[in-house]
Design a protein around this ligand. Structure first.
Ligand SMILES: NC(=O)c1ccc[n+]([C@@H]2O[C@H](COP(=O)([O-])OP(=O)(O)OC[C@H]3O[C@@H](n4cnc5c(N)ncnc54)[C@H](OP(=O)(O)O)[C@@H]3O)[C@@H](O)[C@H]2O)c1
Length: 321
């Protein structure tokens, strides 16, 4: 089985704010963003993922995608106050965030609107979902869903029949999603699009640079980087990016990968990788044998310590990375 360019969604978190653990965290220029989006469209990529909470991301995507009406836009509601109890406040917050997105993205109709956190569907008895359902009925968005973090989140959000999209973090170090209830619950909901973020774990899995790795007592970066290289060689894959994407896309419940880029060469490499054969079941087993499972702190970038603050873009008050 080989993938297609449709299996790749362009992640826009790094297009509007400083991002990640690499040596260069700066967002690209407006010209580069325009170039990236047009190149993505030429490569057959039809979806871009942004959020109200990604700094200037919606703004730069809105401008760059103005002459790309075929590029579908997925955005996320600004995270809600976790202590909110009043339904009218939640209704106002969700409605206001989506209205700002529509204006900033310069689109009459958004393809998909996601709640940024599973907890946003818990406050005030889940009224945020009712608001999004109404916006879909009114034609402001084609569908709504939730950006989730854990398999428990998945089971919770799939209980809402109105949910037709989930985004979740999965990669070859993250074995939580291999639990049978994940594939079983998704098999029962073929109407839900599943898009995987963090397939490269913010670039860690793609790089031999151990300086990118966050420091945790139970994480041996040199050993991890070495073991991923060994899996690339053993399975005859082109490189680490190819292995990482072929691993994720080999899971039948995955519809697409949302990957973040800041440069055109990164996009070209990702687009090439998603057209190569995905791993077989035996090859997945080989990965599990060679590459240790990442501990909880490693597979959740919101738990990483960030490099020292360098400029005004360089803050993450809501831990959305
Ligand atoms: N819902 C949420 O809470 C949430 C949270 C995070 C992200 N997201 C979404 O998911 C998208 C992807 O997540 P992510 O960016 O954190 O993880 P990712 O896609 O696993 O990693 C992206 C990073 O990998 C590196 N990279 C990209 N292409 C590469 C290539 N061809 N070769 C080598 N390295 C490459 C880049 O880092 P360098 O440029 O530093 O090398 C890039 O910033 C985001 O853009 C955003 O849209 C959502």
């Amino acid at each position: 089985v080989t993938g297609t360019h449709g299996a790749l969604v362009l992640g826009a978190a790094q297009l509007g704010q400083a991002y990640g653990n690499g040596p260069d965290r700066n967002p690209p220029s407006a010209e580069t963003v325009a170039h990236l989006l047009h190149q993505a469209a030429r490569l057959g990529i039809t979806e871009v993922d942004t959020a109200r909470a990604y700094g200037e991301s919606e703004q730069v995507v809105g401008v760059a995608a103005e002459d790309l009406p075929g590029l579908r836009i997925v955005t996320k509601v600004r995270p809600l106050d976790p202590g909110a109890t009043r339904a009218d406040e939640v209704v106002r917050a969700v409605t206001g965030s989506v209205a700002e997105s529509v204006r900033t993205l310069r689109r009459q109709v958004l393809d998909t609107v996601l709640l940024h956190r599973t907890d946003d569907l818990r406050v005030a008895d889940g009224v945020a979902g009712d608001v999004l359902e109404r916006l879909v009925a009114q034609g402001t968005a084609r569908r709504w869903g939730v950006s989730i973090a854990t398999p428990d989140d998945l089971l919770f959000v799939l209980d809402r029949p109105g949910v037709h999209y989930v985004q979740l973090p999965f990669n070859l170090l993250d074995r939580r999603w291999l639990a049978p209830e994940v594939s079983a619950s998704l098999a029962a909901r073929p109407d839900v699009r599943v898009v995987v973020r963090s397939a490269l774990l913010q670039g860690l899995v793609a790089s031999t640079d151990t300086a990118r790795w966050p420091t945790f007592p139970d994480v041996d970066a040199v050993r991890m980087v070495g073991s991923i290289g060994e899996a690339v060689t053993t399975l005859g894959r082109a490189d680490r990016v190819d292995l990482a994407l072929a691993y994720v896309l080999a899971h039948p419940w995955v519809d697409a990968i949302v990957a973040g880029v800041r440069r055109v060469d990164q996009l070209t490499a990702l687009a090439a990788a998603v057209t190569r054969p995905v791993l077989t079941a035996n090859e997945i087993t080989v990965v599990h044998r060679l590459v240790p499972a990442g501990p909880a702190d490693l597979i959740d970038p919101s738990r990483w310590q960030r490099p020292a603050v360098r400029n005004s873009h360089d803050r993450d008050p809501q831990g959305l990375r």
